[in-house]
Write a protein that binds this ligand. Structure first.
Ligand SMILES: [Zn+2]
Length: 313
């Protein structure tokens, strides 16, 4: 058996996408198949006692149990969106295939929606992927933290680490882990990078007894008793000692920071967590075929909501 890998993944060209989704009906059929794999059910109450509505007004389906109209959007992150589902299909395609992220300006131009709509669409897709981190770490695992934004890159890392947290010189701290077994990543914005915060992150994500690699011993001293902890000392110029390194999670940070600089110019601190979620999600499905990546996003829409009011609150 051959392990699935990058060389086997199957992409979809923009032309193929347009052929697969020539009209609104094809897009709706795709969402319905993914959202209702076991048959149509009501997005309000889950009942399967439903029927089609003549002329599909105000919505295509009626639930006999809760006496409500519903569509394939009901009870998902695209509830209340009035955009054609075909535009959502194309947005999902651009979202999963743009390795450096897709800006709201690009989506605005490509889909002929306003930039504000494009911005909201992208945040809804990020909300959709909110749970796509690591599920059951097998290890060994690399744990590292980084800072996004601001201008402290010229400082030595040891110095930077004393300037922790958001609001300090415009930098926001992000902590992350990469499972060397399956290369999956999880990451999130944290208030600071003190020992208690890093310990909390490790304990929440990694089972005791797992081998954990970090780049500095001191901040992770608290986990030493419960984990097989090995550190390389970056501030002393040591980067790799045998298998003890954090190169995997650091290359993930590099992708995140390139996007921060190139695509988004600056992530707003307020929404940085959602951007991190986006890059984690894309990283974790990157070996899958594009069709599967798109289906993964569509399936994850079910049961989640993000209102514009919540987003700008
Ligand atoms: Zn119902």
């Amino acid at each position: 058996m051959t392990a699935p890998g990058k060389s086997h993944r199957e992409g979809i060209s923009l032309l193929e996408l347009a052929e697969r989704f020539p009209d609104e009906a094809s897009a709706r059929a795709w969402f319905e198949k993914i959202h209702w794999p076991d048959g149509r059910h009501c997005g309000h109450c889950g009942s399967t006692d439903t029927k089609e509505v003549p002329n599909e007004r105000p919505m295509p389906y009626w639930c006999r149990d809760c006496q409500s109209y519903f569509s394939v959007r009901t009870g998902t992150t695209i509830q209340n969106s009035r955009l054609p589902l075909r535009k959502w299909v194309f947005a999902i395609y651009l979202y999963v295939t743009s390795l450096k992220g897709v800006s709201s300006m690009k989506l605005h131009r490509d889909l002929k929606v306003t930039q504000k709509t494009a911005w909201f669409m992208l945040h809804r897709l990020r909300e959709t992927w909110d749970d796509s981190g690591i599920d059951g770490i097998l290890g060994p695992i690399e744990v590292d933290e980084t800072f996004v934004g601001g201008k402290r890159k010229n400082m030595p890392k040891a110095k930077r680490k004393t300037l922790t947290g958001r609001g300090t010189a415009g930098k926001t701290a992000v902590v992350g882990a990469k499972d060397r077994f399956d290369n999956r990543v999880t990451a999130r914005v944290v208030e600071n990078t003190d020992g208690a915060t890093l310990e909390g992150f490790v304990r929440e994500n990694v089972d005791p007894g797992t081998t954990v690699f970090t780049d500095e011993a001191s901040a992770y001293r608290r986990i030493a008793s419960d984990y097989d902890h090995e550190a390389v000392n970056h501030s002393a110029g040591e980067y790799v000692r045998g298998t003890a390194h954090t190169n995997g999670i650091e290359s993930f940070w590099a992708t995140l920071k390139r996007a921060h600089k190139g695509t988004f110019h600056h992530f707003s601190v307020k929404h940085l967590d959602r951007y991190v979620t986006e890059f984690v999600g894309r990283h974790n499905v990157r070996d899958e075929d594009t069709a599967d990546q798109m289906a993964d996003v569509a399936a994850s829409m079910v049961g989640k909501r993000l209102t514009y009011r919540d987003l700008i609150a």
